[in-house]
Every structure is written in structure tokens, then in C-alpha cells.
Design a protein around this ligand. Structure first.
Ligand SMILES: [Zn+2]
Length: 305
């Protein structure tokens, strides 16, 4: 139960399922989010939790997004949101200034001036059950079998980084690339593909965000393909030399955005359970930094003679 912090709660008089709906305090909503993604499950280098916000402020509108950038904060202002929840941290390292002359300081100023709280769930959402890669697998219609890198502290073996998945029906590399391009939110990058386009896929590992540090685990899982983001030349090239693996590289933002919808649905359910009068939104603004893609006229032609 998530009950108030000893202060009188404001009831707005709206009938919901026969009971009075109430506007929760930020502390109550944060407690619910912390229950989904406990801060202690974040990596030691990470910076998760509440960045801006008064625990006593009332929250009636929440916006989920991947990046705490000015564009998203402006969207939160326009929406009348009281709380912005993002996947990426605003400050990953310590800072000595929040002056509005810096772009992050401007974000902080805009949030505080508009009474909007900011809460971050990053690596603690990556490894959660369900987490970022479950949402990615769901968007791609994949059946999750197990985590790619299981969390040793989870006796059930459900939490961890990435997911090993199965396809309901085998697809070729070409078909699965088309599915990924269609199901993930549209970006300038689209999907980069490595591997024989006619090879058949039955199993796919996925990891939302930058995944090229996971090739050892992908190989150990014995999957036919790996879909992630930010694949660099050398790790990708070496992985392909090692085994006949197909690689799918999507835009970082696009691999993490499905989590926003999952997380919003989770908070919606908690809100219903608690009788909260809460509106939960997901930003559809593309905050991937890459905004255009010029395809080579003939990608098989190679370097000029
Ligand atoms: Zn990320």
C-alpha cells in the first residue's frame, strides 16, 4: 500500500469505480517507481532516482521519455505535467553549476520554474523484470526465454541485462530486418544489418541501448542474431568473424523507447490500484541525435579506383 505522508490528501470529488479518486503526492508516486526499479539495482557508475522535485508536491500528470533534453522538458511544460520520468540520467557525473547558461542547467531551471519533478530509471530499468529489453522484445514480437546476462542476485533468474528470445516462426535476416524497421519507432538511421540476408533466424538476443559489450554473452547463448544499438566497427567485425551471427543495429533511442510505453502502463496500473487521479503520457518526440541518412547510391560498388 502506498499511503500518504501524514498530510491531508486533496480529494477532487471525481467518482472512479465507486470511490473517490485522489491526487497523489510526488513522494507516493516516487515510492511506486522505486518499487518497480529499486535504485540499489542500478550499476555503481549510474545516477538514478529523483533529480528535481518536492516530495510534497501533488502529481496529476506524468510524462515518460527516453532523454531529459530541453525539447522533452518543453513538451512536459506544454502538457502540464508535474513529473517527467526519463530513462537517461540528466547528470551522470557531479556538477558544480546548474546555471541556465548551460544546457543541463536550463533543463533544471525550466523544470523548477514549472513545478515539474524529474525522476530517472536507467540501468535499474534495464535489468528489471519486466525491463527495457522485455519492452524491446515485445515490440519485435519475440518470445523472451531468459536474460542474456542474468542478475546473480535474482533467485528466479528473470532479471538481468538483455534478453534471449525465440521467434514464433522462423524468419530470414531480410524479413526480420523489415519487421524491426516497421515495429520500432521511425528514425533517420533505420536498421543496419550484417549477415547473409537469406539466413534463417529462430533465436534472437536483444539488448536496448548500446550492446556491443555483450558479444561474449551473445556467442555463449548460441543465438542466430543480435539486435541492439551503437554497434562499433571492431566489435561487430570481430563478432562476425567468430561465428555466422546476424547483427541488427537500430538507433539507440528507438531500442529504448518501447520501455516508455511499458513503464507508463505499469504506472497506470498502480494508479488504478491506488485510486489515484493520475494521467500518464508517453512522449513521441524523436530525441535520437541523428536526423538524416544519405544512402550510398550503390553500396556494393566499394571505394573509387
Ligand atoms: Zn540508453
Amino acid at each position: 500500500m502506498l499511503h500518504g505522508a501524514g498530510r491531508p490528501r486533496r480529494y477532487n470529488g471525481t467518482e472512479q469505480a465507486g470511490s473517490l479518486a485522489c491526487v497523489p503526492r510526488l513522494s507516493e508516486v516516487i515510492a511506486a517507481l522505486e518499487n518497480l526499479w529499486p535504485a540499489e539495482r542500478a550499476e555503481s557508475w549510474d545516477a538514478v532516482g529523483t533529480v528535481v522535485g518536492d516530495p510534497d508536491q501533488e502529481v496529476s500528470r506524468v510524462l515518460f521519455a527516453v532523454d531529459p533534453v530541453q525539447e522533452i522538458v518543453d513538451e512536459a511544460v506544454k502538457l502540464g505535467a508535474d513529473l517527467l520520468v526519463t530513462h537517461h540520467p540528466l547528470y551522470l557525473r557531479g556538477t558544480t553549476t546548474v546555471a541556465a547558461s548551460t544546457f543541463k542547467g536550463r533543463v533544471v531551471h525550466t523544470l523548477i520554474k514549472n513545478d515539474i519533478a524529474l525522476h530517472v530509471a536507467h540501468t535499474n530499468a534495464d535489468t528489471a523484470d519486466p525491463g527495457v529489453s522485455d519492452a524491446l522484445a515485445g515490440a519485435l514480437d519475440l518470445r523472451v526465454v531468459r536474460p542474456l546476462v542474468p542478475d546473480p542476485d535474482d533467485p528466479d533468474g528473470c532479471r538481468g541485462l538483455g534478453r534471449v528470445c525465440e521467434l514464433d516462426h522462423p524468419l530470414t535476416v531480410r524479413e526480420f530486418a523489415a519487421r524491426a524497421a516497421e515495429r520500432l519507432p521511425a528514425t533517420a538511421q533505420g536498421i543496419r544489418v550484417a549477415g547473409d540476408p537469406e539466413a534463417t533466424l529462430r533465436t534472437v538476443a536483444v539488448s536496448g541501448g548500446s550492446g556491443d559489450g555483450l558479444f561474449d554473452e551473445v556467442r555463449a547463448a548460441g543465438v542466430d542474431a543480435f539486435l541492439t544499438a551503437d554497434l562499433r566497427h571492431h566489435p561487430a567485425s570481430e563478432a562476425l568473424a567468430h561465428s555466422p551471427l546476424a547483427l541488427f543495429d537500430a538507433a539507440h533511442w528507438a531500442t529504448e523507447w518501447p520501455w516508455c510505453e511499458l513503464a507508463a502502463a505499469q504506472l497506470d496500473e498502480i494508479s488504478d490500484r491506488n485510486g489515484w487521479d493520475l494521467r500518464v503520457h508517453v512522449s513521441k518526440t524523436v530525441t535520437d541525435p541523428w536526423t538524416a541518412h544519405a544512402a550510398s547510391p550503390d553500396s556494393t560498388a566499394g571505394a573509387p579506383n
